[in-house]
Write a protein that binds this ligand. Structure first.
Ligand SMILES: [Zn+2]
Length: 423
């Protein structure tokens, strides 16, 4: 990698606009405020030093082009000011005694616009042959340059070379993200895709804060995107896209994450084929109800929906919050569609189904042969097949009920003797 430093007048930087690519894939998107832009131009007109830029020379078919490694915000600001896209602040002090408050480039006094045109920007040109190793080297340099600035966590991760980074980048182009409410500003899709991959690797709710994701990027440099976990993440996103084939404004960030967890579970442990429409219908009616609940008078509101709202508004990346939200939605989903069957051959109700059954019967024994429908604690009840599975009853919530030990034992003795097994 060769580097050369040269001062380029702003007039040249503007004339070269078509030869400069301000957003190669390790760069961050535009994010400066109007005020920051005005300050930069103000500094230039007063001939203060501004930080140097780093460009990388790339040989393309149509000649040498420059990719901006560092300095994109400054570069865009200079171009935008020169193109008349914004004016100086209204309280700008005169430059060399000449007033220029609230002035656009085209209206500057000639003496002042000459200062702008001639201002020398220090540009370091990085010259390298395009090789994979060199790509990494440039990204490393970008990381070093950005260290200590306000670069957001996901932007830093996008500059961390490795197969996990590449896998997430590709995942972030999945159409499902386009159908969510949030936009891809500041790499939101990459961020959420990374959280989903992390949850898949963890096998369920887990902390998905930036520090956890950084560890995943650093620790899985050799992640195999076509391995079991990589394929599973893609299957879940495909499933979600079939469920939500068009823009769905209810899909906020915090919802997308728990719907991912629920869908991952459905695919893992249930006969999930054809459940996409059920998931979408349930989710949209749930969100509609939840939103309506917010508009009610305080005493009419459903406190559980308020609690869900609370869970979605604080520490949403913590394991606790994700677990609580998932339990909240999966209980309701399985109650709404009690015929969704687990793949489990041994015909045991899953923990999610057990919870839905327990809540459905409010913990009371439904058999009432040896008791009077006693209420049982969570640790002391049996999930009974209403129609026994030996008689073709399915292991679905609608065929499940709460039973106490004595009633359950009496029933299974009866079933067994009726089947002629002897008891
Ligand atoms: Zn009982």
């Amino acid at each position: 990698m060769k580097m050369s430093k040269k001062p380029l007048p702003i007039s040249t930087i503007c004339a070269w606009k078509t030869r400069i690519d301000p957003t190669p894939d390790y760069q961050r998107p535009p994010a400066w405020s109007r005020k920051q832009k005005q300050l930069l131009i103000d500094s230039i007109l007063r001939e203060y030093d501004i930080p140097k830029m780093y460009w990388r020379a790339v040989d393309r078919d149509d000649g040498v082009k420059y990719e901006v490694i560092d300095g994109q915000q400054r570069l865009r600001t200079i171009w935008e000011y020169q193109a008349g896209e914004f004016a100086l602040a209204k309280d700008t002090d005169p430059v060399n005694g000449i007033s220029c408050a609230g002035t656009k480039y085209a209206d500057l006094d000639l003496d002042v616009s000459t200062i702008f045109d001639a201002y020398p920007v220090d540009v370091v040109i990085v010259d390298d042959a395009v090789q994979t190793d060199e790509e990494d080297e440039v990204r490393d340099m970008f990381l070093r340059l950005q260290n200590g600035t306000t670069l957001k966590a996901q932007e830093k991760r996008n500059a961390m070379p490795g197969q996990m980074r590449d896998f997430i980048k590709e995942l972030a182009t999945h159409q499902f993200f386009e159908n969510c409410k949030f936009s891809n500003s500041r790499f939101a899709y990459d961020h959420i895709a990374a959280q989903m991959a992390h949850l898949e690797i963890a096998g369920g709710p887990a902390s998905v804060r930036d520090s956890d994701l950084n560890k995943m990027y650093a620790g899985k440099k050799t992640f195999d995107p076509s391995g079991k976990t990589g394929r599973k993440v893609r299957r879940v996103l495909d499933y979600l896209l079939r469920a939500f084939p068009e823009k769905t404004p209810e899909l906020e960030r915090y919802n997308a994450i728990v719907l991912y967890c629920l869908s991952s579970k459905l695919i893992e442990s249930y006969a999930y084929a054809g459940t996409e429409a059920q998931l979408a219908n349930w989710f949209i009616s749930f969100e509609t109800k939840r939103r309506k609940n917010e508009t009610l008078d305080e005493e009419e509101r459903d406190p559980q929906l308020i609690e869900y709202r609370r869970l979605t508004s604080q520490s949403t990346d913590s394991e606790e919050s994700i677990r609580a939200r998932l339990e909240f939605i999966e209980k309701r989903f399985f109650l709404a569609y009690p015929n969704i069957e687990p793949l489990d051959e041994i015909r045991m109700f899953t923990p999610e189904q057990r919870l839905a059954i327990y809540r459905k019967d409010d913990g009371h024994c439904q058999l009432r042969t040896k008791c009077r429908g006693d209420r049982l604690t969570w640790h002391d009840w049996h999930a009974d097949h209403i129609t026994p599975h030996s008689k073709g009853g399915k292991t679905v919530v609608s065929n499940g009920q709460v039973a106490c030990g004595p009633c359950n034992l009496a029933k299974s003795n009866r079933v067994q003797s009726s089947l002629g097994d002897g008891a």
